[in-house]
Design a protein around this ligand. Sequence first.
Ligand code: XIL
Length: 358
Amino acid sequence: MLRLIKHRRFKTFLFLGVTTVLIVLLLGIPKSSHTAMTSLRSLAQNREIVIGAAVAINPLRNEPVYREVLAREFSSLTAENVMKFRFLHPERDRYDFTDADTLVTFAEDNNMKVRGHTLVWHLELPQWLTEGNFTRQQLLQILRDHIYTVVGHYRGKVFAWDVVNEGIGDNNQLRDTIWLKVIGPEYIDLAFRWAHEADPKARLFYNNYGGEGLGEKSDAIYNLVRGMVERGVPIHGVGLQMHVGLNNAPPTADVAANIQRFAALGLDVHITEMDVKIQDGTGTQAERFAAQAKIYRDMLGVCLSKRNCKAFVLWGFTDKHSWIPWFTKKPDAALIFDRFYRPKPAYNALREVLMQQR
Ligand code: XIL
């Protein structure tokens, strides 16, 4: 008799337990875990690719939904601006890491990686630097100090750096910047060597726009980095910015071939700043969004098809905060979430590619 009661009690206990678990599963967890499990970042993780977005500091501070979508969908973030020279190094003897640290802390809290952008560029330089009339020796010292300090500060926290950004100009020659003028072409090798000394584990990238497919720009980039590899410069990859539009996206076969020739040099590729302008397209908004989705789909598809293409990063994620309308002085909608953080066809296209069988 006693045994039976025990037995019955056990059964009731078991029944109640299982029912509770089922109810919890059906009502509560599935909703959130459904979104989490099919987010871009979790799908990307299955495909062993990093999916990232550039992040602007103001919405990160002020908009909960911005933070929520960012952390849910992306496994990496890039500082859209606050790691650039003039933000981090406002005076010759003063660095200010406040904003950049906020971003890195957000990444840490949400288990995201950080791409560092950027150590050496011709834009976003502070006046003290551009108007300082420094000698070659002084500028070498300034650049080395900047790289040591910044890369050192984020040692172990930034997994990849855009060491030199846009060093090749629109004439496909080395761009005529303060760095080239005062230091000479060796500023590029030096920047990589110093960055490597400051964080031997960070992956170091040369980043550029307009050289995603094949052509003169892309050849110029290829020749530059090949020379660096031959000289034993610690370069680990090439960043293809991928700021494109409905009418000028490079053919996927060209992008594939370009990524492949970097593989042959032992270099990784990151797609670093993708967005797709729709202002030059034709047709209704729905048609433009569909065409835009196809470009996003194709480019992620190419990246997934090449083993050395290891990160796919967008220059923002919501049309509410995109640099394109500011840059082109025309309205646009170049990203994968609309102004209200609703997923656009491009978002679904990226998810579909990530879910495809290899
Ligand atoms: C852009 C930012 O998005 C803007 O907010 C800023 O005003 C200018 O710079 N290539 C790059 C990025 O490498 O750093 C640029 O970012 C876009 C083009």
